[in-house]
Design a binder for this molecule. Structure first.
Ligand SMILES: Nc1nc2c(c(=O)[nH]1)N[C@H]1C(S)=C(S)[C@@H](COP(=O)(O)OP(=O)(O)OC[C@H]3O[C@@H](n4cnc5c(=O)[nH]c(N)nc54)[C@H](O)[C@@H]3O)O[C@H]1N2
Ligand SMILES: Nc1nc2c(c(=O)[nH]1)N[C@H]1C(S)=C(S)[C@@H](COP(=O)(O)OP(=O)(O)OC[C@H]3O[C@@H](n4cnc5c(=O)[nH]c(N)nc54)[C@H](O)[C@@H]3O)O[C@H]1N2
Ligand code: SF4
Ligand SMILES: [Mo]
Length: 694
């Protein structure tokens, strides 16, 4: 028997719509959903490798209870009742003794996030955190400081853009299928692409203009671009007059930041900076200065992101075709949003968050996701109070928070670690109990409400029954909840119940997703009226260059630029990033992806390698304040001499993930745990290393 099921990929968080061919109960083929604009049937390599994840015999096949030391990789299989009873009993004891706030749940934001938030609210813990701060915390804060919206509430209209500027936004490797397809469409129709990165990436090779910037100096470049744009009046004067506050303050501030000054700092020729300002302003407002994710990852990141978004505002590209737009929800079409479990009434929580977000110590990061990298500090220093239990739900603090050794020390202080994972991840390996989730191909998930130019709903639909003894995360949490006496917050028995409840009042039913995998609230794209109808949520109702969010919290809108010293004494700035073949720390043990990219290597500039006596392909030792590792060198002139680069996600220590075990070096083994104290992102690129041949 053959059937086609529409669903959502989950080999990464993008959740591309897919069509899955199932034959005799086996998944035979996965492709992009052809009915979805921008997918055109395509998938990325990781999406195609979903089949290998499903049929991987090295994944967690049923609940596991640890028998050896933490991290020994020794487990015994348990049935669900035993494992859940154990977790319920231990959590109950911890909550009784130390309060609900001693329980922390960290996850990668996903469709069932409203379920885990509900779980924590019900046990009176403020300590739900997501991966978001690690990914784009400062982007979020920067956008709120300017527009009153988070970056997540904004979208990018790639397809109609005329010029895109990418600051280490390696869009053709660190990808999302729709973004790539839409940008390719624009490029084929004449759009220009400027790419800025200390390293020549695949994206760099496709760009019209590539600048090998000195690492850490994007802010200087942007201040000089702003200087030229303001001095030569290249900005959209009508738009800024109506919608921007603080233009004069910005003009005054950037008056010293000439292109000649920036050339010294960035290594980019002054005349080329002027040329970009001229060229891009001709295409305004259909231009994009991409706010980026993990490119410029430094302690001043919020100001880099603000400078990028100020350039957009100067071009009038915020809420413009071919620029940025604010995502519209169902209400914009007279429809109703889906229900979330977090809309219930909960007991009041008195304690601050473990990361102190929302207090005067850490006022600005988004409390919706908190600041994950504060976890080791909170545990080790019992600051602000003791933390006793961690539930890691599709998130690996060991490999995703800088400073592995410190992370390990911290989690070893905990009385209970529970991992809800599909794989033997590194955190699962250190857990006391692993509660395995069914893979995305084996489960129906909560509804995805996709706000955007056209609000839509998508459904991840089970394609085959679970191959092993696994459950959906929303069912696992409900089951633990029942053992803690908070079962009434989870009013469903299975995923279909939950989805039906979410859809109540929207006018849509599960049946409506069958033919195409999604439903739409309307058919036209909604842009607000740029002349009168922009709805910024800042106190002034304008784009605040001079930001009340920042200044009310005691931070400057335009702090003086701090020059970036040239790295010396044999030191390199360590930079990291992704490959098109892997997702973060999740896919290195996938048979197919592991076969193509089994380990990482260290990119090092050819001249520096020569000085140090390092040959291409030879083993080197890389050392930082936090740790060291052995890795093969990739000697190349495609990287700036002040930095070395490695892929994130390798060097796994979990023994049961046999293909990835100890392959390559873990970046968190080297990185120090540093943070942009205003925006909330980690400063992943502020660790310095030495490299020597072995
Ligand atoms: N295949 C794949 N795609 C993904 C993901 C994945 O895991 N795999 N993850 C997704 C997620 S969650 C994210 S956040 C995005 C990340 O998307 P990106 O932020 O585009 O991804 P990275 O691969 O981290 O690329 C960072 C780049 O910044 C460069 N860089 C380092 N220092 C500087 C600097 O000072 N200035 C500039 N301009 N550049 C610098 C590095 O050389 C590197 O090429 O990717 C998404 N897409
Ligand atoms: N050092 C360092 N740290 C980083 C980064 C970096 O470049 N370097 N990048 C940052 C960025 S941009 C991001 S987005 C984060 C990502 O951080 P994480 O969320 O930790 O990374 P992922 O690899 O996406 O997935 C984590 C876990 O999810 C599990 N998993 C996969 N599918 C499922 C599923 O269906 N259900 C369940 N329950 N589990 C599943 C995987 O096995 C894996 O253990 O890391 C951030 N941290
Ligand atoms: S970008 Fe690739 S891995 Fe991520 S959801 Fe889309 S197809 Fe899947
Ligand atoms: Mo991310």
């Amino acid at each position: 028997m053959e059937k086609e099921v529409y669903s959502l990929c989950f080999m990464c968080s993008v959740r591309c719509p897919i069509r899955v061919l199932v034959k005799d109960g086996q998944v035979k083929w996965i492709e992009g959903n052809p009915h979805v604009a921008g997918m055109e049937g395509s998938l990325c390599p990781r999406g195609a490798a979903g089949i290998n994840m499903l049929y991987d015999d090295q994944r967690v096949k049923g609940p596991m209870i640890r028998v050896g030391e933490r991290g020994s990789g020794q487990w015994r299989a348990a049935d669900w009742d035993e494992a859940l009873n154990l977790v319920g009993r231990k959590l109950g004891e911890i909550i009784d003794k130390h309060g609900g706030h001693s329980v922390v749940l960290g996850e990668r934001t996903q469709l069932a996030t409203h379920v885990s938030k509900t779980f924590l609210k019900a046990i009176k813990s403020p300590n739900h955190f997501t991966h978001d701060a690690l990914c784009k915390g400062s982007v979020n804060t920067a956008c709120r400081s300017l527009f009153g919206y988070t970056d997540g509430q904004m979208g990018i209209h790639y397809k109609k853009t005329k010029h895109i500027v990418l600051y280490g936004r390696n869009i053709f490797e660190s990808m999302s299928v729709k973004e790539v397809n839409n940008l390719m469409y624009a490029l084929e129709n004449g759009a220009k692409m400027t790419y800025i990165d200390p390293r020549v990436t695949i994206t760099a090779t496709k760009a019209h203009r590539y600048w090998m910037i000195r690492p850490g100096t994007d802010l200087a470049l942007n201040y000089s671009l702003i200087h030229v744009i303001l001095k030569e009046r290249l900005y959209d004067a009508q738009y800024t007059a109506k919608w921007v506050s603080g233009l004069n303050a910005l003009r005054e501030f950037t008056s010293i930041h000439t292109p000649q000054w920036a050339e010294q700092e960035t290594g980019i020729p002054a005349d080329e900076i002027v040329e970009l300002a001229h060229e891009i302003s001709k295409d305004k407002p259909s231009v994009i200065f991409h706010f980026g994710y993990r490119g410029a990852s430094h302690t001043n990141e919020i100001y880099v992101r603000r400078s990028i978004m100020m350039l957009n505002a100067l071009m009038g590209s915020v809420e413009a075709e071919g620029g940025f737009f604010f995502k519209k929800g169902p209400e914009a079409e007279g429809g109703k949003s889906v229900h979330k479990l977090t809309q219930q009434e909960f007991p009041e929580i008195e304690q601050p968050r473990f990361d102190k977000v929302g207090t005067k110590d850490f006022p600005l990061p988004d409390p919706n996701h908190g600041v994950a990298q504060m976890l080791p500090h909170a545990i080790l220093n019992k600051d602000p109070y003791p933390i006793k239990a961690l539930i890691a739900y599709r998130f690996d603090p060991l490999m995703s928070i800088p400073d592995y050794k410190n992370n390990l020390k911290a989690i070893n202080e905990l009385d209970l670690i529970v991992a809800i994972d599909v794989n033997y991840s590194d955190i699962a390996d250190y857990a006391d109990v692993i509660l395995p989730e069914s893979t995305y191909l084996e489960r129906t998930d909560c509804i995805q409400q996709a706000n955007g130019l056209k609000p839509q709903l998508f459904l991840r639909k089970q394609t085959i029954s679970p191959r092993y003894d696994t459950y959906e995360g929303a069912i696992i949490l409900k089951q633990i909840g029942e053992r803690l006496g908070i079962g009434s917050y989870f009013p469903y028995n299975n995923m279909d119940d939950l989805v039906k409840w979410q859809l109540e009042g929207t006018g849509f039913s599960m049946e409506d997703f069958k033919s195409k995998g999604f439903v739409s609230y309307g058919s036209k794209q909604i842009f607000w009226d740029r002349k009168q109808g922009l709805k910024f949520k800042t106190p002034s109702g304008k784009i605040e260059f001079k930001s009340s969010l920042l200044e009310d919290a005691g931070f400057e809108s335009f702090p003086a630029y701090q020059p970036v010293p040239v790295t010396s004494n044999g030191k390199f700035r360590l930079t990291v990033g992704r490959t098109a073949l892997h997702t973060h720390v999740a896919t290195q043990n996938n048979a197919y992806l592991n076969y193509i990219v089994p380990e990482n290597s260290l990119w090092i500039n050819v001249k520096k390698a020569e000085e140090l006596g390092i040959q291409d392909g030879a083993w080197v030792e890389i050392t930082s304040k936090a740790g060291s590792g052995r890795i093969k060198a990739k000697v190349t002139d495609l990287i700036h001499p002040e930095t070395v680069f490695m892929l994130h996600g390798f060097g796994h220590r979990a023994k049961n993930a046999k293909r990835s075990y100890k392959k390559g070096v873990m970046d968190t083994m080297l990185q120090e745990n540093l943070t942009d104290k205003i925006g909330g992102s980690p400063a992943l690129h502020d660790t310095f290393v030495t490299v020597k041949p072995v």
